[in-house]
Design a protein around this ligand. Structure first.
Ligand SMILES: Nc1ncnc2c1ncn2[C@@H]1O[C@H](COP(=O)(O)OP(=O)(O)O)[C@@H](O)[C@H]1O
Ligand SMILES: [Mg+2]
Length: 235
């Protein structure tokens, strides 16, 4: 069976500084896969490489078996990959509804996700429809960022550190919503530093270290083995 997404020996640099050293990974349809690793190991760069925001120097990115390496981001989005960046680039002067309306207008693909559908997933956003994005809390902004990306009807959602900087209660609420998306069949590639959040969601994990895959296996292997977790993540 062909993986939905496959990276083969991807090397990516920023200028002369090499960041990824031959990252290989696979995501099957319906899976939630987590890229785990400390700050600076290359999680975001892996996602940027997939999205075509930073073109790999070497290696191949396959989407449903087709080579999409070096495709521009809008074509990657149209092919069915949606990216939720860690810095939550919503429009601060536009209301929640306006942010979603913009996303709807530029949506990469048609599909089931409408403003009403994302309001059903995140009822809080419906209450905040008229509030400017800049006046939303961190958790609300994160929901809006995910909702906006869903408007493009992706088949695979790249979620870059969604829990970063959020209070524990908010993280739990977010986790529950992402679990719902997973149950609805959305394929997810998650980047996280937090073990609890990622292991609650992920079927499989890849632990990155210095731009390379140090460990890969079922999430349960890390969940059940404190010594392995400590060895890989010093936690
Ligand atoms: N735009 C950039 N230019 C140069 N170096 C960068 C850039 N973005 C990230 N880096 C470097 O690449 C490495 C990996 O970063 P990143 O992929 O953001 O890691 P992570 O998401 O795991 O924290 C880090 O050493 C970081 O300093
Ligand atoms: Mg990052």
């Amino acid at each position: 069976m062909t993986a939905l997404l496959e990276l083969r020996e991807v090397h990516t640099s920023y200028g002369i500084s090499r960041v990824l050293f031959g990252v290989s990974l696979e995501v099957a349809r319906g899976e939630c896969v987590c890229l785990l690793g400390r700050n600076g190991v290359g999680k975001t760069t892996t996602m940027r490489s997939i999205m075509g925001l930073t073109t790999p120097a070497e290696g191949t990115i396959l989407w449903r078996g087709e080579d999409i390496t070096g495709w521009p981001p809008h074509l990657v989005a149209r092919a069915g990959i949606g990216f939720v960046p860690e810095d939550r680039r919503i429009f601060g002067e536009l209301t929640t509804w306006e942010n979603l309306d913009v996303a709807q207008r530029v949506a990469a693909r048609r599909g089931p996700w409408t403003i009403e559908a994302v309001y059903d997933l995140f009822p809080k956003l419906r209450e905040l429809a008229d509030r400017p994005g800049g006046f939303l809390s961190g958790g609300e902004q994160q929901m809006l960022t995910i909702a906006r990306t869903l408007m493009g009807n992706p088949e695979l959602l790249l979620l870059d550190e969604p829990s970063e900087g959020l209070a524990p209660l908010v993280v739990d609420q977010l986790l529950e919503r992402i679990l719902l998306l997973k149950r609805q069949g959305l394929t997810i590639l998650l980047a996280e530093q937090g073990v609890d959040f990622s292991l609650a969601l992920a079927d499989r994990v890849y632990v990155l270290e210095k731009g390379a895959v140090r460990f890969s296996g079922p999430a349960a292997a890390l969940r059940d083995d404190a010594a392995l977790r400590h060895e890989l993540l010093a936690l």
